[in-house]
Design a binder for this molecule. Sequence first.
Ligand code: GUN
Length: 296
Amino acid sequence: MTAKVIDGKAFAAEVRAKVASHVTRLKEENGITPGLAVVLVGEDPASQVYVRSKGKQTVEVGMNSYEHKLDPETSEADLLALIDRLNKDAAVHGILVQLPLPKHLDSDLVINAIDPAKDVDGFHISNVGLLGTGQKSMVPCTPLGCLMMLRDHHGSLAGMDAVVLGRSNIVGKPMAQLLLGDSCTVTIAHSRTKDLADVCRRADIVVAAVGRPEMVPGDWIKPGATVIDVGINRIERDGKTVLVGDVDYASAAAVAGAITPVPGGVGPMTIACLLANTLTACCRANGLSEPEGLTA
Ligand code: GUN
């Protein structure tokens, strides 16, 4: 079998188009423009690239983008004061603090200072708790993007065996909660799991989010299974730097039913879902009905 390639780039463009059309309606019918504030502390090159890309896409869908670039030495008190101002600012519907933060700042403290209703990353403990108890929450962007692609491919996920590789707070744990919410039988596997290969081979859905290049070979995949590869790893190959996922694409694509490529799979969905979450937060803040198909 040769797997269907799930085109995340095209899917993300569809999500952005939906968000943009909702934003146009919000402006015309309600006089509201959704606003996203992104806070970057320091000069980490990868973070600067992400933040620039977020700002550009925010403006492209018609929203207001507020970028706050702070000195790497910024004190915790100053960062918390900025978050407090953004929490109180009615023009700001979403707040994202780019991670990782410099070592002298306590990420948990900072994230939990964000108003949960504006926490478009879904990292605040209130949102984590709401998601875990099946209540309406802000859902982390990357897992939300994975869920959208899975629902689009399968329709209902009910009764499917899903294995999530990786237990991070950003991807693995919320991904497992979302799959459980869609009635999958979910296993979270990690570096200490006994016989990882055997666990994977039982899965109808494999979501790989471990950050280890090409760790999952094709012979771990059940024929016909759907493989969602969250990994974005830079490696040297034949003297060139290339991007690869956590899954060995060539061997997995030969047995899977469907697979996301790297690049062009999950990656583009993350910012698209950030925009979707900002729109959702704006609708909720204004007592308006939420956009369909853009939330969990
Ligand atoms: N750094 C890498 N990924 C993310 C993300 O999804 N959100 C935030 N805030 N920081 C990140």
